[in-house]
Structure formats: C-alpha cells, structure tokens
Design a protein around this ligand. Structure first.
Ligand code: PMP
Length: 435
C-alpha cells in the first residue's frame, strides 16, 4: 500500500454518496465493506484507490480479470478495433468475431463440431442455452444444483438454487438436486448418492423427459464447491438417459482458472452438449458466449437466435487478445503453480486456526470456509466479515460467498505471483489471530 498516485479530482465521499443515491443494485451484499472504496487504477493483479492505496485483487473484479487489469495487449486490441469499426451487427460479416468463434471452438473437446454464439454477458448466454436445450430436446424440464448461481436475468434466475440470490415468481419447470458438497453436503462426502438423487429427482419431480442439467464445474457464488470425480460424467449419463443435455456453466470455472485444464468440465472427461462462458473471456470487456455441438444449436438457430451486440467486434477483439495472452504468458500453468502454493498455505493456516472449517478449490479458484467450531460446522458469518474487513485493511480484496456468506472466495487474475501468495497468507494469518 505504498505506491502513491497523485491525489486527483475524484472525491471519495461524493462518489460514494452519488452511487448510493442513484444506483439500483444490491449494494449491501456486493459492497460489503464498512467504508467505501473508489478504485481508480488497475494493473496486473493490483488495484489502486483514489488515495493511492494499493490492493491485491483476489476477487479479480468478480472473476472477470483473467490476464490482469488493463492488460496493454487487450486494451490495444480493443482500441484499435473501436477506432476502425466499433460495432457491426451479426447480420453482416466481420472477421474479428468470426476468428474468435473459430478460436473458441478449437478449445472444445476434439472430434465434435462446435458452433459459437456471442452474447454480452453470462446470464444472456445461460438464457440462450436454456432455450437451446428445450428447443433441441422438445422437453421443458431442467435440472440445476441447489447451491448454483447462474445469473440475474429471469431465465437464469429460475435455475439459480440459492434463495438469497433468487427472486420469487421466476419461470418454472426447474427441479433442484443437492450439490455434491464434500464438506457439508446432505449425503456427506462421495459421488454416488448425489448421482442416485438425480435419478430420483427426474422420476419424482419432472415429467420424466428432461431438457438438460446445468452444472458449474466448480460452483462460484455457491462457495467454491468442486464437483467430485465422476459427478459431471455421471450426471451427464443420467440426464441423457432421460432425453436431456449436459450444459456446463464455465462462467467462473473456465479459462484456465482451475489450473489443470482450460475448461473445468475436462477434469471429468465429460463432453458437454453446450458450454456457457463469460467473465474471464473479456478480461473486463463485456462478452459472453454459448458454444454448442452443431446439431444441438441447429434447431434454435434455424428459428431465431440473435443479439444486437452478439458479434460486437470491439469486445471480440479484446477476447481474442485475452486468448493470445493466456498462451503467451502461460497463465494456466501459473494458475496451477501459484494456486497450488496458495492452497498449501491456506491448509497450513487451517492447522493453526480453529475457525477455518474447510480449505478447498483448485488452481486460482480457492476458498476458506469459516465456522464457529469444527465439530458443529456452524457457518460463522460475523467472523467471516471480520476477516474480510481485516484483510481489506491490509490491502487484500476478497469476496464473501456461499449460501451462508461464510466462505472467503479467492479468484484473482491468473498472473498472481508467489510474493502475493506470501502477502495473502500473512494477512489472513493476522486477521484470524485478531478474531
Ligand atoms: N453463471 C455463473 C456461474 C456466474 O458466476 C455468473 C455471474 N456471477 C453468471 C452465470 C451470470 O453472468 P453475468 O453476471 O455476466 O450475467
């Protein structure tokens, strides 16, 4: 927190007051710090506020910053494109989104034909995938996981399981299955009972013919809940037996974030029918995508599939640069290496602090779950808030997540360094000592 930026005209209190007065959004949930912060600058994994204080962004601005804040190559690509032609609708041809589509298709499992539809956001991609699955299968019923979050739009809300993140009155035809949470899932650790429950749910809570199941390979807002070995492939098998599709929501868990694989679903060898992505794809530029097997997309594409900004060349140029930088800077490898080191440090903290109930995740998608005591596993929301605030005072931006808001989520830019790991572990250690 030493680097000093010139104090400028940005008045923190006026900005905070203006924002609180005019923004219609869940401020208390998503700006949970006691005092406001106005960020002015970002570079790599760091942010600076208006007073020149430096922070390590372990939230990755909500998992959007994959290759680093304001990465010069991504910014340059978007600027060049915007100067030449900012927007060109899908009705016409433009090489940039067409190249991006080819590059995204190439990241998918080999031996299948993949097609791409670009959107502005994750929830638009989720909505589109829902309609695509229903159109292709001719079935209405969808399955989703109880602690899933799939977005704020009405359709995405209908498959969001966490009640605190879902409004009443959303569209129906959705049945929820229990998440295979290895720490506090209703069937304890393991995979099979959770798969059996998918069969039971299809038989008891749907028409018997389903359109598909949506699965986050590692649940994000749900509290970094990784699907155990065999769950994704087993879920796909069961749902396909009932006529449905396997839809991977990779909005948080994709783009090399989990280290070992580029896509989270690869961990289990499952070949999805549809993959939904956003966030890290644009490194902060608004873009999402549905990547689907060609025959699955065909019936919907023939009828109607169009977004005004669906193939926006400026966002597409940024996304192409993100893919190139991921390779050039071997960021997936870095996520595995640095994430592995951070996980070890978090596990070490767990041996010394009773309130750390669980440490989990992989690559740079990690979490600490905070409990009142390990025996009862009672979520400790107040302690989570205290640790979160104490970390902010030490220059670390984290995020609270999980259905009980007692999970500290770490999803930084994939360029996090070993020095950042030390700083994070030390800051967390001090925060837990002072609880
Ligand atoms: N799916 C997942 C797994 C997400 O985490 C989110 C956003 N947090 C979405 C979908 C929705 O994305 P967006 O907010 O870009 O609409």
């Amino acid at each position: 927190m030493t680097d000093q930026l010139p104090i400028n005209e940005w008045d923190l209190n006026k900005t905070a007051a203006r924002r609180d007065k005019y923004y219609a959004s869940s401020l208390t949930r998503f700006t949970p710090f006691r005092d406001p912060i106005v960020f002015r600058k970002g570079q790599g994994q760091y942010l600076w506020d208006t007073e020149g204080r430096k922070y390590t962004d372990l939230l990755g601005m909500n998992v959007c910053i994959s290759v680093g804040h304001s990465h010069p190559k991504v910014v340059a690509a978007a600027m060049e494109q915007a100067q030449e032609l900012t927007h060109c609708t899908t009705m016409f041809y433009h090489p940039t989104p067409a190249h991006l589509a080819e590059e995204l298709a190439a990241t998918m499992p080999k031996g299948h034909e993949w097609v791409v539809h670009l959107t502005n956001s994750g929830s638009e991609a989720v909505d589109l995938a829902m309609t695509m699955a229903r159109t292709f299968t001719g079935n209405l019923d969808l399955l989703a996981l109880r602690t899933a979050y799939h977005g704020p739009t009405a359709a995405a809300q209908s498959i969001t399981g966490i009640s605190g993140w879902r409004h009443p009155g959303m569209p129906g035809n959705v049945a929820f299955v229990p998440e295979p949470n290895q720490y506090r899932g209703i069937f304890g650790p393991g995979t099979q009972p959770y798969l059996d429950e998918i069969d039971r749910t299809i038989a008891s809570a749907t028409s018997g013919n389903v359109a598909g199941i949506f699965v986050e390979s590692v649940q994000g807002y749900g509290g970094i809940i990784e699907m155990p070995t065999g769950y994704m492939s087993g879920a796909a098998e069961r749902v396909r037996a009932a006529g449905g599709l396997y839809i991977a929501d990779e909005v948080q868990s994709g783009f090399g974030r989990t280290g070992a694989n580029f896509w989270g679903f690869e961990a289990d060898g499952v070949v999805p029918d549809i993959v939904v992505m956003a966030k890290g794809l644009g490194n902060g530029f608004p873009i999402g995508a549905v990547v689907a097997r060609k025959h699955v997309a065909a019936p919907m594409a023939e009828k109607f599939m169009f977004h005004t900004y669906g193939a926006n060349p400026t966002s597409a140029a940024a996304a192409r640069a993100v893919l190139a930088v991921m390779k050039e800077e071997t960021l997936q490898k870095n996520a595995a290496r640095v994430g592995g080191a951070l996980l070890e440090r978090l596990k070490d903290l767990q041996t010394r602090h009773e309130k750390i109930g669980d440490v989990r995740g992989k690559g740079l998608m990690l979490a600490i779950e905070i409990v009142s005591d390990r025996a009862s596993k009672t979520p400790d929301r107040d302690a989570t808030t205290s640790v979160f605030e104490a970390c902010r005072e030490q220059g670390l931006i984290l995020s609270k997540s999980g259905a009980d808001q007692s999970v500290l989520r770490m999803v930084p830019p994939l360029c996090l360094s070993m020095d950042d790991v030390d700083q994070t572990a030390e800051a967390l250690d001090r925060a837990f000592q002072n609880l």
